[in-house]
Design a protein around this ligand. Structure first.
Ligand code: BES
Ligand code: MN
Ligand code: MN
Length: 462
């Protein structure tokens, strides 16, 4: 494509500064204390989409945070790409573990990013990756090279389950009509090993509450004679996995697709160093389901993890007490063919059934979504592969990811189009963790690669 490299070189500082401005607003969707900031971020995204060349941009209200919708339609006979991303971010806590404040972006170098990375909450997930698309559009319109129609749908509730986006999509099928959906909200293997995400896991997220006696008790007077909800809860949780780390919930694996030996061998060809993996996490060994490799465990296999557990006395010093209640938040990552609502029901039934006499158990479902796999034979995948080949000088590797973007399966169901996941983050970018960052190389490479996707997708669609 004409002059994309020059265009980036000439506008690099502005591209970075605009992203910094976006990152300064704490658009934390999970915490209502940031309500004003989430709305302000939507306004900023709207303004930038207008500047980048969209014909119309609107803020679409929902029962939660708004969706920013923009489009540039140049010819109804040309293909239409729908870009999806999110402007909301995860909470920044624990704040004390950040080396610089989460909403005061700074560029620092790291081992993986010798040319610098922007440190801020949302830098990689997803403001930085979403904004690559805005700048790619700017380039294409400014240089008169937009080859097809484009629609943008940027939401503010991805990190809390996209509940209102689902309603919006169902009610706006005609408006959102497209030939392919393009998302940058995933990762790639390494800066010199490009990859395209071909799968996402589904999710079922539940909260459990175990109640014992009607009040906190003296652990000497009552200890040993009544059920301790914390002891019981931890026993119940431990029983959910067997010695091979296989999940014990009846029916949990029904329908789970077993990959063929060939497919697994193909997967194993992706470059991966177990030594480096362990070193990066300071662990002396990996842990997981027997019979599967680390990369299989974190992508093609379902899991069950406790995300939080609390109850009783956790303050300074000691307090001899048996708590009345204990709680946990549990997530299950699912693979295609596992229906998240069915899994949630199976969990609830099983968890209630294993509660011993002396306690009551309450299971509250939070949110969830289906997994997703996309073929490498589609026009969209081929176009993406050609685009990466041009900008990285090598063919990208298809790779199934362990993360979830629940709305993707719903897109396919409602809008009947395939999603292409062109992610430019690295696993080491610390998304959801303290010190999240996004490589300057990755940001600019994304801006460079996206217009080529437009070009090849339009050509291949003819
Ligand atoms: N962008 C992530 C998902 C992701 C990251 C997928 C890296 C693949 C590679 C997204 O913002 C996210 O965090 N999703 C949540 C689920 C959501 C319902 C809160 C997740 O995966 O935990
Ligand atoms: Mn994301
Ligand atoms: Mn996220």
């Amino acid at each position: 494509m004409n002059s994309i490299k020059n265009y980036i070189e000439n506008n690099k500082d502005r591209f970075l500064n605009e992203l910094v401005d976006l990152l300064k607003i704490p658009s934390v969707s999970a915490d209502s204390a940031f309500e004003k900031e989430v709305h302000a971020t939507a306004e900023m995204v709207k303004a930038q989409l207008e500047k980048a060349g969209c014909n119309t941009v609107e803020i679409c209200q929902t029962d939660g945070y708004p969706i920013v919708y923009g489009e540039k339609i140049i010819d109804a006979d040309l293909p239409t790409i729908l870009v999806y991303g999110h402007y909301d971010v995860q909470p920044a806590d624990p704040i004390e573990l950040w080396t610089s404040p989460p909403f005061e972006p700074v560029i620092k170098t790291t081992d993986k990013h010798p040319e610098g990375a922007i440190f801020a909450r949302g830098a990689c997930d997803d403001k930085g990756q979403m904004y690559m698309h805005v700048k790619a559009l700017e380039f294409m319109t400014a240089t008169n090279q937009l080859p097809c129609n484009v629609k943008f749908m940027i939401e503010g509730e991805e990190e809390v389950g996209s509940v209102n986006l689902g309603v919006f999509v169902k009610n706006n099928q005609e408006k959102l009509k497209n030939d392919v959906i393009l998302i940058s909200d995933t990762g790639m293997i390494a800066n010199d090993i490009p990859s395209i995400t071909t799968g996402l896991r589904g999710l079922s997220y539940v909260e459990v509450e175990v109640t014992g006696p009607n009040r906190d008790l003296h652990s000497g007077l009552y200890g040993g004679a009544v059920a301790n909800p914390i002891n019981v809860l931890t026993k119940m949780i431990a029983s959910l996995q067997d010695d091979n780390n296989h999940i014990n919930i009846p029916g949990f694996y029904d329908g789970v697709e077993e990959l063929s030996r060939e497919e697994r061998d193909e997967m194993a060809k992706a470059p991966f160093s177990l030594e480096n993996y362990k070193k990066a996490l300071d662990i002396d060994d990996v842990y997981g389901e027997k019979g599967y490799t680390t990369n299989e465990r974190n992508s093609i296999r379902p899991t069950l993890d406790v995300n939080g557990i609390w109850g009783g006395y956790t303050g300074e010093g000691a307090k001899t007490v048996i708590a009345s209640k204990a709680y946990a938040k549990i997530s299950m990552r699912l693979v295609p063919n596992q229906d998240w609502e069915t899994i949630t029901e199976l969990f609830k039934t099983h968890f209630e059934s294993i509660a011993p006499a002396g306690v009551t158990v309450k299971v509250t479902p939070h949110h969830g979504g289906q997994g997703y796999v996309t073929p490498t034979t589609s026009v969209g995948y081929q176009a993406a592969s050609m685009a990466y080949n041009d900008t990285f000088g090598k063919k990208p590797i298809p790779q199934r990811s362990g993360g979830s973007i629940p709305i993707v399966a719903l897109f396919e169901e409602e809008l009947k189009s395939k999603t292409i996941l062109m992610g430019f983050g690295l696993d080491s970018d610390a998304i959801h963790s303290p010190n999240e960052h996004f490589g300057v190389f990755n940001y600019l490479k994304g801006i460079e690669t996206i217009p080529l996707f437009y070009k090849y997708f339009t050509e291949l669609s003819k």
